[in-house]
Design a protein around this ligand. Sequence first.
Ligand SMILES: N=C(N)NCC[C@H]1O[C@@H](n2cnc3c(N)ncnc32)[C@H](O)[C@@H]1O
Length: 420
Amino acid sequence: MQTEKEDEDDASCEEYVARSDFTGSGTDQLSFSRGDRLLVHAKPSSEWWWAELQGVIGYVPAGYLSQDAAGEEEEDPSIEDPWQDEEYFGNYGTLRLHLEMLSDKSRTEAYRQVILSNSASLSSKRVMDLGCGTGIISLFCAQLARPSMVYAVEASSMAEYTRQLVKQNGCDEVVTVLQGRAEDIELPEQVDVLVSEWMGNCLLFEFMVESVLLARDRWLRDGGTMWPSSAALTLVPCQADSYYAEKMAFWERPYGLDFTPLQPLAQQEFFTKPKFSHIIDPCDCLAAPCDVISLDMYTLQVGDLEEMKGQFHFCVEKSAVFHGFTAWFTVCFESLEAGGAIVELNTGPNSGPTHWKQTLFMLDWPVSVCAGDSISGTIVLQRNPVWRRHMTVTLHWTIKGSTDNPDNSQAGTKSFPMWR
Ligand SMILES: N=C(N)NCC[C@H]1O[C@@H](n2cnc3c(N)ncnc32)[C@H](O)[C@@H]1O
């Protein structure tokens, strides 16, 4: 029987239903699954509540919970979906993003090259094209090879048009378009190849990679092939004179006036988040780039995506102003034939331009460095526990002066939300 205190507590508690899975990080966050009924004891902030599930207490993201009515989960418009799927798939239901992706020759030709160079081995293979968009990869498969079936999966309303494109190009015998999220659709069989173009800014933004891993675990047969097979995030310390001049130095003497009191505002407004549409000139690189995070698409697990860490050690090759770090990614497609040629899509400054461009992380204040100095440290990609398509990139760095510049030693750290 409950004591009066417990009755009182229960009276102040409210029952909520989880709208989606949540994997807590750290000891004070409570993990739960979609549909779990949680008892909310306190709401210390609008984002994090103190709740209980089966006797275990911890912090939970408020955005994941909604109060159901009459036993059924009610779509509470005030509580946003942590995946923001309505907005996300809404965007992909229009041509703008598909035009950008299709116009990216480096990206699209790389996938075409993968299909072309594996056309013989693709004969009689079953393929899943996850997030097919307009179906370009599926059409390459049907046009350049003889797979037994291509399941083109697309969650946005673009799928209706993709069906028309498949028919328009005489590929409807081979390509079947399935409209729905890869997590929800049912295939009639497992597949031999799972191909997807899932990469976002800084490789992981959008976290579509989670859908690819779930589809791998559910639909790729043992020994099947993942395209891409691997991915790597690359980092380099860089100068960014023009960007710095445009956003910060500008305030020093506009029209002969001193506007420097605005510089802290400029730092906050322009340097807090990464600049995702940056194009780095190779001569802005202050050291040899370094792969800081490598993903094996056969072994990577969804849980690994919560926090990914990498280390770097750069030897500065020229005296310059160190404004920040630039990141890009490379994905590789292994051959279906053992020992066959690997196709690579590199989005870095020494490869063809892509719509991803590169991502620039500006330090709060630039630092002068000399040839021979070292810049070493770590990068941490922390997935946002509430907004599941977002992450925070935290950089820690230490600059050590070279022997002829020993006193140039300083350390720094900065976290960049992408984008929430
Ligand atoms: N950063 C990218 N390459 N984005 C490509 C995303 C394409 O895949 C589609 N897409 C993303 N996630 C999913 C999913 N879980 N299921 C089906 N389609 C998806 C999306 O609608 C768009 O057409």
